[in-house]
Design a protein around this ligand. Structure first.
Ligand SMILES: *Cc1c(COP(=O)(O)O)cnc(C)c1O
Length: 239
């Protein structure tokens, strides 16, 4: 089997695993659909093209420059997701390139995105990254800061809040992620219910290769999967 066929096969396997996880849901509606984001960071544009040819409609990248470089040579239409930390000096480019920015982790960053989006003439869809596990090594807003952050984002006209993103800690036993995902879904549900005026809450982005099945069971509707589709990343080779 060549590499492109392998990518197609793996995508089918991930889709099947998502469907199985969806059928196992207990506290979340089983019919609420799940979208798969193929995370292509550190993989070449050819892998990206193969994934899109196999039906992928969402691509995730964690670095702005890498996404810009790949977008120049990519000959396919796709929805771009920024899943990595966004530095303020990259905001202008991020707004041009990405359909959804998952990693908004401060009011200041949201304000910069708002300014850049207004200048560019678009309304930028964003998710707020929540650091529910309070890991110092990770970005994201702490739970107790979240209400204030949402209130400040609500007044920004060129930003549309579409939900939340979280990254679970790397537990030895992946089952340990479950309470965290469950708490994130509860938070998502609550905010959706009293939807902020300017928001359109619809996405809960959680789950990566090792934990996406549990994330889906607990209510994720956007999963970000790299390794299970493309194999291990080779950081030494760069892009
Ligand atoms: C790299 C990355 C992923 C994908 O990770 P895999 O383990 O390869 O599936 C998902 N989310 C974020 C934020 C990432 O940086």
């Amino acid at each position: 089997m060549n590499d492109d066929m392998m990518i197609g096969t793996r995508i089918q396997e991930v889709h099947a695993a998502i469907e199985t996880a969806r059928a196992r849901r207990t506290s979340v509606p089983k019919d609420a659909p799940v979208e798969l984001i193929a995370v292509t960071k550190n993989h070449p544009v050819e892998a990206m093209q193969a994934a899109i040819d196999a039906g992928i409609m969402n691509i995730g990248e964690n670095r702005v420059q890498e996404a810009l470089d790949k977008a120049q040579t990519l000959e396919r239409e796709v929805k771009w997701h920024l899943i990595g930390h966004l530095q303020r000096n990259k905001v202008k480019h991020a707004v041009r390139q990405f359909d959804l920015i998952h990693s908004v982790d401060s009011v200041r960053l949201a304000q910069e995105i708002d300014k850049a989006a207004e200048k560019f003439g678009k309304v930028q869809n964003i998710l707020v990254q929540v650091n529910l596990a309070r890991e110092e090594s990770k970005s994201g807003v702490y739970r107790e800061e979240l209400d204030d952050v949402l209130a400040e984002i609500e007044v920004l006209r060129a930003i549309r809040l579409q939900g939340f993103m979280c990254i679970a800690p790397n537990y030895d036993d992946v089952e340990e992620c479950r309470p965290l995902f469950r708490a994130m879904y509860e938070l998502f549900r609550q905010v959706k219910e009293c939807e902020p005026r300017t928001a359109d809450i619809r996405y809960l982005s959680m789950g990566m290769t090792h934990d996406y099945e549990i994330a889906v069971e607990e209510g994720a509707n956007l999963v970000r999967v790299g390794t299970a589709i493309f194999g291990a990343r080779q950081y030494a080779l760069g892009v």
